[in-house]
Design a protein around this ligand. Structure first.
Ligand code: KIV
Ligand code: ZN
Length: 508
């Protein structure tokens, strides 16, 4: 069976999703998990974007050795040079150069002729080739480009040294039939196509990203660009877990294989959801909470008699734990470490000690600690690393009499302790106003939600918020058995991301 190369762009296109920013430590954690998952290529970011993104790509290039580490670059010298520099310590590296090819982009955005674009593509692939052997080229908005012009560009960039040519459905416009025909045309009309791997990159604006990606395989494509949980720009990208499980579940149809260790899928999905702050919808294929739950009596009866009656995938094959092992206050460091490893976390000894302390504190309040609790507390610990402001203390008075009041104590960037208090319409409003009096960064709260991590009255409450400042959305998350404390932590988390972005911006 032919192998399909799985190119993961969670850390680049996925992170481009509004409000999905990750810090470098979180990116490294995800990259390590992607390596365990067995992806062939990790697109780690666009090094020219900012100092922090350059650092993230370099860090992943140094630390994650098995997959190819890829840096994205517009087809301009500065981007390519920065990508080359960021990738210099990688075991195996790739530069991914992209340039728009559709008339609508050429006329309204780039204001260049087809000939100029063709020359630019050729020159910039040749430039990338000076840094790495492995160069990928994407004609952006390919699905809305005149196919004859795509053939011309592909011929030119393959002659210039491109080893992968990627066909993006940038705006998620194509239907499977059309997209398949485009790929078929490429194989028929690009004379040197056998010298490159043909790849696709499909967006989900019309909900067809996975269908388009799978259809392209039938016409000879051997690399699929995708993201965990399908996150990405606007409606997102093709979901890695759906593409991979379709190939694995239907060998009779595709007759293809991948390098993915599917038992790592669930862990990776949970980690990406936790760290980006994007929840997974319950009915999401493969990784949603209901994906393997059978509600109807007839279905339950069938499952008991023989699972294949209504189950086409075994939950264990995607790493969904068959029985959730529960830890408690008597569990020691060893049991906690083993559980973390099983959940896919690889913490440094300092991070482990901090997580273990939080685990013990939680075990004093909550009888049974499940995997979801552990994921939540590890994510909470990671959020508090390298903070500008840290929430030390928070106290509120509220109820149906009197005015809600909050007092907060924060440790600031210079280590200085600052305290303040405020009144509000409710306890969360009072906490946010008290924090604003200290931090003083204008922003608007655009989203606020609370979820309980597990069932039960003693459950951890997870608060997810989004704030907007200067046209950019920042996500914040906080977890605690007290939802007001979780709300305060979520706000501090979002403010820290905002301040970090401002710092990177001024450093760039
Ligand atoms: O959607 C797109 O066209 C992209 C390119 C950079 C490949 O993300
Ligand atoms: Zn994209």
């Amino acid at each position: 069976m032919d192998k399909v190369i799985i190119f993961d762009t969670t850390l680049r296109d996925g992170e481009q999703a509004a409000g999905g920013t990750l810090n470098n430590r979180e990116k490294l954690e995800i990259a390590r998990q992607l390596e365990k998952l067995g992806v062939d290529v990790i697109e780690a970011g666009t090094p020219v974007n900012s100092h922090a993104e350059f650092e993230a790509v370099s860090l992943i290039a140094r630390e994650v050795r098995k997959p190819i580490i890829c840096g994205l670059a517009r087809a301009v010298p500065e981007d390519i040079d920065r990508a080359g520099e960021a990738l210099k310590d990688a075991e195996r590296s790739r530069i991914h150069v992209f340039l728009s090819s559709s008339d609508v982009h050429l006329v309204y955005q780039l204001k260049k002729s087809r000939q100029e674009i063709l020359e630019q593509a050729r020159e910039m692939v040749a430039r990338a080739k000076k840094y790495v052997d492995d160069v990928e080229f994407s004609p952006m908005d390919a699905s809305r480009t005149d196919p004859e012009y795509i053939y011309q560009i592909l011929r030119a960039v393959i002659d210039a040294g491109a080893t992968t040519v990627n066909i993006p459905d940038t705006v998620g416009y194509a239907t499977p039939h059309e997209f398949g025909a485009l790929i078929e045309g490429i194989f028929k009309n690009v004379s040197n196509i056998s010298k490159a791997v043909v790849s696709v990159h499909c967006h989900n604006d019309l909900g067809m990203a996975v269908a388009n990606s799978l259809e392209s395989l039938r016409h000879g494509v051997r690399q699929i660009e995708c993201t965990i949980n399908g996150i990405g720009e606007r409606a997102g990208n093709a979901a890695l877990e759906e593409v991979v499980m379709a190939i694995k579940t239907r060998p009779d149809f595709f007759n293809l294989t991948t390098n993915i260790d599917t038992t790592q899928i669930y862990r990776t999905s949970r980690m990406v959801s936790e760290l980006t702050g994007f929840p997974v919808q319950p009915n999401k294929a493969i990784v949603g909470a209901n994906a393997f739950r059978h509600e109807s009596g007839i279905h339950q009866d069938g499952i008991i008699k023989m699972p294949i009656t209504y189950e086409i995938i075994e939950p264990q094959s995607v790493g969904i734990p068959s029985s959730s092992l529960v830890l408690g206050k008597l569990s020691g460091r060893h049991a906690f470490r083993e559980r973390l490893a099983e959940l896919g976390y690889n913490l440094s000894s300092d991070d482990f000690s901090r997580a273990f302390t939080s685990f013990k504190e939680l075990a004093e309040k909550k009888k049974e600690i499940t995997d979801k609790d552990i994921e939540s507390l590890v994510a909470e610990e990671q959020r508090t690393i390298s903070e500008f402001y840290h929430l030390d203390r928070l106290q509120v008075t509220c109820g149906d009499r009197g005015i809600p009041t909050a007092a907060v104590r924060l440790t600031g960037p210079d280590g200085q302790v600052k305290e303040d208090a405020a009144l509000g319409t409710g306890p969360v409003d009072a906490v946010y106003k008290a924090i604003n009096r200290i931090v003083g960064v204008p922003n608007v709260l655009t989203e606020f939600s609370v979820n309980s991590v597990t069932e039960g009255i003693d459950a951890i409450g997870e608060v997810l918020i989004r704030i907007e400042s200067g046209g950019v959305t920042y996500t914040g998350r906080g977890a605690n058995t007290d939802v007001i404390v979780a709300s305060g932590k979520a706000y501090i988390n979002a403010l820290n991301r905002l301040l970090s972005a401002q710092k990177n911006h001024s450093a760039a």
